[in-house]
Design a protein around this ligand. Structure first.
Ligand SMILES: Cc1ncc(COP(=O)(O)O)c(C=O)c1O
Length: 291
């Protein structure tokens, strides 16, 4: 999707594994400058063979585990050995290292800064060891929305890979990320104001967990005031500040997004507003392509 949109320098900050996916990746590398993360020699072999067969050169970053305990080769010696095993392979071009510290996103600000700086210092120390082994390292990539400041202050980190900051969301806002406004909201229609006495302050909305990610909890209202207290698949129950005739059936309400990553992936279009004016409607052709 990015390549079709004209982007010529693409980092896939993840491993691409499996014959069909590797074939697609190599096909992409024939058309644009693409770099992919690697952390296993089985995958390295598959990528190198597919690239060499097609006569293309695929960029690779070695992912290093800097504490996130997800993907990644262990830092220092293990990474040096891994880079030695791949850097001269036909079909591949070793470009550098990457590390990601998503495990620190929700720890307190001071501790996050301290531990994140230490994590990127370890990544840079690993780079130094690779360079000492005689292999040049062009890229040291890392950082997320909650740790881009720490990553940026470590000398030797050459690029940042934050994503969620584009919209921000109320989860990151509550974790103390105040640099970016929460820009993503979802409009919903009031489809019922039940008559029963117990629901005088309740409105039912036509949006549920099929349209809004509730991974980090229920979303909050932007307008009108009120609290969503339950969200089944296709509805929400909104409690209003008091018994009130408004909003009425058919009215539109606006909901702040709690998990922008998980929500943007559920829609075909994004309406870009400046003030009250819709300035653009953007298609989201990347949605649904999570695997
Ligand atoms: C490897 C990697 N880099 C960067 C990011 C971006 O993080 P954020 O969305 O917090 O900016 C992610 C998010 O999952 C990631 O997995």
């Amino acid at each position: 999707v990015l390549a079709a949109g004209g982007i010529r320098d693409i980092l896939i900050a993840n491993q691409v594994v499996g014959e069909r996916k590797v074939r697609r990746l190599v096909h992409l590398a024939a058309h644009t400058d693409v770099i992919v993360a690697v952390d296993s020699l089985v995958n390295v072999r598959a990528l190198a063979e597919a690239a060499a067969e097609r006569n293309v050169c695929l960029g690779v970053l070695v992912e290093v585990n800097i504490g996130n305990e997800r993907c990644g080769v262990e830092p220092l010696d293990d990474t040096v050995a891994f880079v030695k095993a791949l850097h001269a392979r036909r079909g591949l071009r070793f470009r550098g290292l990457m590390g990601y510290d998503g495990h620190l996103a929700f720890v307190g600000e001071d501790e996050r800064m301290r531990r994140s700086v230490a994590a990127y210092e370890l990544l840079v120390a690993t780079r130094d060891r690779v360079v000492e082994a005689g292999i040049p390292v062009e890229i040291v990539s890392g950082g997320g929305t909650s740790t881009f400041r720490s990553a940026a202050q470590v000398a030797g980190v050459t690029e940042l890979q934050l994503g969620s900051y584009i919209f921000n969301d109320t989860t990151y806002r509550d974790a103390g990320l105040s640099e970016f406004d929460c820009a993503l909201t979802v409009l919903s229609t009031v489809i019922s104001r039940p008559d029963r006495a117990s629901a005088a302050d309740v409105a039912i909305l036509d949006v549920g967990r099929k349209s809004l990610s509730v991974q980090n909890g229920l979303p909050e209202m932007k307008s009108p005031a009120g609290q969503i207290f339950s969200m089944p698949q296709e509805h929400s129950r909104l409690r209003l500040p008091g018994p009130t005739p408004l909003p009425a059936v058919g009215d539109t309400v606006e909901i702040m997004v709690r998990d922008s990553n998980g929500t943007v992936n559920l829609f075909d279009h994004l309406y870009a507003l400046r003030g009250d004016r819709v300035e653009a409607v953007w298609d989201l052709p990347g949605r649904g392509k999570a695997t």
